[in-house]
Design a protein around this ligand. Structure first.
Ligand code: SF4
Ligand code: SF4
Length: 219
């Protein structure tokens, strides 16, 4: 039994490590491709404009500064694609207390399949795990449930230190989960469409180098 637990832990660790590697390589690769495209286009256009005397170096410098500021303000600057949640100063507790125990045989805590990024504070506190393949989203297991959901009971195993978004959540008004909350009728169509499939890190669909960079092409 202990051997089985260790094997499951090792398999989960391997899954997370693979996701992390895939995420890092994909993020770096996407940025490299985008950077190369932008660089080629910008230098090409600039060469033409300067050689024809259409623009001066000073005008170009001022325009570059303006575009850089605008791009950063829109959040479009190159980055590795991590997500963090920013809560209101005082995140509200759930206003409607839900009878989870009674509903558990029907919902199987399906709300714990919902996806969300953690806040900086939650990441640093270390009370909950984030997905190495999609930083800094809450970590889900291979079935798509939050890794902190107790598989045997369906309840949260880190209830005291659960993220603020879980504290503020109530499924009572969530029509994605319940078609009819009072009659305990699940919205199986939405759940099937959005919670049964997990978004996986994407492997790059492109090869950056054909052959080893240091290899000599046969002549
Ligand atoms: S909050 Fe709602 S969906 Fe989540 S475990 Fe409780 S009853 Fe089920
Ligand atoms: S931290 Fe707890 S309440 Fe929040 S999604 Fe995970 S198991 Fe559910």
């Amino acid at each position: 039994m202990i051997g089985e637990t260790h094997a499951a832990d090792a398999a989960e660790l391997a899954r997370q490590t693979e996701r992390a590697q895939l995420f890092i390589h994909t993020a770096l690769g996407r940025n490299a491709i985008r950077l190369h495209e932008v660089e080629s286009f910008a230098f090409g256009v600039l060469d033409v404009l300067l050689s024809k005397g259409i623009v001066s170096n000073d005008e170009v410098s001022a325009a570059v500064e303006r575009v850089r500021d605008e791009t950063s303000a829109r959040g479009e600057a190159l980055g590795v694609g991590v997500a963090l949640r920013v809560d209101e100063a005082s995140a509200p507790e759930a206003t409607v207390v839900v009878n989870c125990e009674e509903r558990m045989p029907i919902c199987h805590s399906i709300c714990c399949k919902l996806d969300f990024p953690l806040t900086v504070e939650e990441v640093e506190a270390g009370g909950v795990k984030w997905d190495l393949g999609r930083p800094y989203h809450i970590r889900h297991d291979a079935e798509g449930f939050c890794t902190h959901r107790d598989r045997a009971t369906g309840f949260c195993s880190t209830y005291g230190s659960r993220p603020g978004i879980c504290r503020g959540y109530s499924c009572a008004q969530d029509t994605r989960i319940w078609k009819d909350f009072d009659r305990m009728e699940l919205n199986t169509e939405w759940i099937e469409a959005y919670l049964q499939k997990r978004e996986e890190p994407q492997a790059m669909a492109m090869v950056l180098y054909r052959g080893r960079p240091d290899s000599q092409e046969a002549s």
